[in-house]
Structures are given as C-alpha cells and as structure tokens.
Design a protein around this ligand. Sequence first.
Ligand SMILES: [Fe+2]
Ligand SMILES: [Fe+2]
Length: 329
Amino acid sequence: MTTVTAQDRTAAFDAAVAADERIEPRDWMPDAYRATLVRQIAQHAHSEIIGMQPEANWITRAPSLRRKAILIAKVQDEAGHGLYLYSAAETLGTSREELLDKLHSGRQKYSSIFNYPTLTWADVGAIGWLVDGAAITNQVPLCRCSYGPYARAMVRICKEESFHQRQGYESLLALSRGTPAQHAMAQDAVDRWWWPSLMMFGPPDDESAHSAQSMEWKIKRHSNDELRQRFVDICVPQAEALGLTLPDPQLKWNDERGHHDFGPIDWTEFREVLKGNGPCNDQRITQRKQAHDEGAWVREAAAAYATKHATQRPAEPTTARTAPGEATA
Ligand SMILES: [Fe+2]
Ligand SMILES: [Fe+2]
C-alpha cells in the first residue's frame, strides 16, 4: 500500500497549475488557494447582486419600452451571474447562506463602484459602457482561471457582459447624438463614472496585497495596472466615436510606450468608499438586507418543497406505458 504524503499532494497541485490543467472541486488544493478563491468568488458574486440596485433604480423611468426591456434583461442577467458565482463558491465547501451573512455583516466586500449613485438616465448607459466594459476586461482572463468551476462560470458571464457593454454604448450614442440637453446628460454621466471605472481594477500593482500569489496560482493572469491600461486604450477611440470627452486632461497617446498615458487616480477617494464612506454604501446594504428578509418565505417554501419531494417517491405507474405508435402486446 502506498501512502500519499502532503509533499506529493502539493507537488501534484503545483504540476497541474504549471501545466495549465484545471483544479476541480474534488482535487486536493492548498488551504490558502481555497480561501483566496472563496474570497474572490464571493466578492464577485456580491458585486453582481449589489450591482443590480443602481440600475434597477431606472427601470420604472426608462424612456421607452425598448430601453426598459433591455434594462430589465440586463439587471436580470446580473442576478443570474450572482447565482452562477455563489454556486461556484459552494463547490469550495462554503454555503450561500454563510456568504450572504458575511456580505450583510460587512465581513465580505463587493465592488466599490456600486456605492456611487445613478443620478440620471444617462448613468445607465455610462454603467453599461464603462462599468460592464471594465468588468469584461477584468473577467475575460478569468475564463482561463486555474479553478474549473470559476473559469466555466466566467465563460457564460463574459458573453452576457458583452451584451451589457454594447447596450450601454448604444444608449450613450443615442443621447450623444440627441438634443444638446441629452448630449450634456451623457457627458455628465461619463464625467462621473470614468474615474471610478479605472478604480475597479484595484490598487496599483506595488500596493496590491494578493496579486503576486494569485498570479502564481493562475487565478489572476494579468496585473491590475496592465488591465487598467488595456481598458484605457480600448475606451479612448470609443469615446471619440461617441462624440464624448473622457474627463482627463493628461490623457494622450504615448508613441514610445504604444499606450495612452493618463492622469493620476485619486486613491484617497477609493479607500474612503472602500471603508464604507461612499455616497451609497449604507443604502446598498440596507436594501440588500431588506430584500433578503422579504424573500425569507420564498426560501422556506423552496426548502419545504425540496424536503417533501425527497421523502415522497413518485408512485410507480400501475399500467404499462408505451411510446406513441408502439404496438402493445
Ligand atoms: Fe454581471
Ligand atoms: Fe453586467
């Protein structure tokens, strides 16, 4: 009989990661790898469901039936993303209940961007273009994440995020080419959402606490600054096509680097919002808890239904069944 030592297991895990193989729920993995994934996937799941709030704010006031249908579909997609991600986190041995409890008590975070208010209809367009756009830039590399269930969830999420980004862009384009007041509303929304979108990539590489280890484990494939730069380079020509200005006087093409240079990010603001001092932190969590409490009867009913059907097996049919057209003996 051979015994598998801790060293063997670590070596097998390291070899699988090095060979770009997927780690699956039943595979052995280091505790820190598991904890990192739970933290990251939970934060991602929480962001999806908290992110429904600022946009849902405009569903009843969408300017046309077409815009309303698109926005409802988008907000519903975000709920779905939350569900795929909570399920992925559950494969690591945690439960949705536990994760939601940590969100509600402030022990786990969600993306800071959702602590900003949606002041006008144009914010829905700006969120689609910039916030979903930044999310895609962050998430496409996660489709190759070393943890199988997370990587697979991201494939579908990214396809849907790309619809979100396009609907935002198209909506802003309509406003930008509309009346002077509509154009001004689109520009104001971009002015307010641009910098928080750049903060979505997280702190600069030299201050990012988890980055190096996550890259080594192939959970993360690119650094925060690299992804932020990629996003800026994508947005500049899109802003031109939209006829809108990005609110950064230092933004300009750098021939030498082959990238756009951009101005300094106000990390003090980022840290304040992260600490809970953003404009809508309290409102988001209060509404989330309220929605959770109001949904208690749905969870109880679903659990009662599942228990009932787990104990009551369906009775066997008493007469023989035949397929249509099949001869009976
Ligand atoms: Fe999403
Ligand atoms: Fe989205």
